[in-house]
Design a binder for this molecule. Structure first.
Ligand SMILES: Nc1ncnc2c1ncn2[C@@H]1O[C@H](COP(=O)(O)OP(=O)(O)O)[C@@H](O)[C@H]1O
Ligand SMILES: [Mg+2]
Length: 374
């Protein structure tokens, strides 16, 4: 995948199979369906609103009025080649009263909703789904990756105060801003950790793989964190002997690029015209948030409190996943668990067993269909 888009179906589906097989081995569970994260430059967010007349008994706003107003709000013109990923209610207006979080059971004649609609490229979504299907799994739903990451690393208090989640990925950096407890904007910056690795590879004349290893083992972007005489070994290319260089030299490659990425994020933040400053500051997550000194560098660029967001503990092999690289993955698990729980309680008051005879039959049938037709 490149910048969130599938560029090689075979390679992507092999990665999916490898990842799920190792998850199955570690957990001792069989996986049939997946909650799939989606992200990248093709994601876009727009604000929209909808209005309906309250029809509930005695003009009391009911769940169906809320569903209708959200339906009205999502009826905006979107280009043919795009699809709606999420419709996030931001606030409601009941008659003339603004800024209502939850209008259920309130009295009113006119109900208005302000929503944030997140769309993605239709073909990108289809290709991603196709890879998952061809790997042998069904997609429950596509979920915006940065929302999933926000779910696993942000505290409710931070979202209330206003917070910017900066997800430092490989090809892209995603910025998700929460204001008054709800997602306010989402932007993708087409630069990420791969640029940093490429810089090291070009400047030091080594392969991308070796550059990546050096970045992960010895990378740093805050000078005060290095000790004197701290050296790294650069592997030799084409039979030449390995070279020992000061770690500070690697820092002079990494730091300007990371600073540039943070400046691009800051420019985006500055264009948002937020009504009040982000009291919750900046939270860094994603693989790039593991770089030594990122929080310090970000603090210098943003001039706001910065912390690294690590997923909350949800049980199991806690030490293994308590790293910012897994923020989005843990968020997807939480999201899937929530939605499956809800679906289960709507039907029978509990999550239906996954391995019942009938389910097994359906899955076998699906496996067969997949083999025959994908
Ligand atoms: N310890 C580390 N130090 C610096 N960068 C890292 C570290 N670990 C991972 N990364 C970088 O994080 C990026 C991948 O982040 P990830 O969130 O997994 O990507 P994506 O969400 O785009 O799939 C890569 O560019 C990788 O080099
Ligand atoms: Mg990520």
């Amino acid at each position: 995948m490149r910048k969130g888009v599938v560029v090689n179906i075979e390679a992507t589906l092999r990665s999916i199979m490898t990842a799920i097989e190792s998850a199955e081995t570690m957990s001792g569970r069989e996986v049939h369906t997946v909650w799939t994260g989606i992200g990248g430059s093709h994601i876009d967010g727009i604000n929209s609103r909808g209005v309906v007349a309250v029809t509930g008994k005695g003009r009391e706003i009911g769940a169906s009025d809320i569903a209708r107003v959200l339906e009205a709000a999502r009826a905006v013109m979107i280009p043919m080649d795009r699809q709606i990923l999420e419709v996030i209610p931001q606030s409601y207006i009941v008659d003339d009263q603004k800024g209502i979080r939850d209008p259920l059971d309130m009295m009113g004649v006119r109900l208005e909703a302000e929503v944030h609609i997140i769309t993605c490229s239709g073909t990108s979504a289809q290709n991603l789904t196709k890879c998952v299907n061809r790997a042998g799994y069904l997609v429950n739903d596509l979920v915006l990756q940065s929302l999933a990451a926000g779910r696993s690393v942000l505290a409710a208090e931070e979202k209330e105060l206003g917070v910017a989640l900066v997800d430092l990925g490989g090809g892209t950096t995603e910025l998700l801003v929460y204001s008054d407890g709800t997602p306010y904007s989402i932007t993708t910056i087409p630069a990420g950790g791969e640029q940093v690795t490429r810089d090291i590879s070009i400047i030091k004349g080594i392969s991308f793989e070796n550059a990546e290893k050096i970045k992960i083992d010895a990378g740093c972007c805050w000078e005060a964190m290095l000790e004197a005489n701290d050296d790294v070994i650069i592997p030799g290319v084409g039979g030449r002997p390995p070279m020992r260089i000061p770690r500070a030299q690697i820092l002079t490659i990494i730091q300007p690029r990371m600073e540039e990425i943070f400046r691009m994020v800051k420019e985006e933040l500055d264009t948002l015209n937020l009504s009040r400053p982000l009291g919750g500051g900046i939270v860094l997550t994603g693989g790039g948030a593991q770089l030594l000194g990122v929080a310090e560098l970000a603090n210098q660029v943003f001039r706001m409190p910065v912390r690294v967001g690590t997923p909350l503990s949800i049980g199991g092999l806690v030490e293994e996943y308590r790293s910012p690289v897994y923020a989005a993955a843990v968020g997807l698990v939480l999201e899937g668990n929530d939605r499956e729980g809800k679906a289960g309680s709507d039907r029978s008051g509990g999550t239906p067993p996954r391995e019942s005879g009938q389910d097994g039959f359906h899955i076998k049938l699906l496996d067969w269909l997949k083999k025959e037709f994908f």
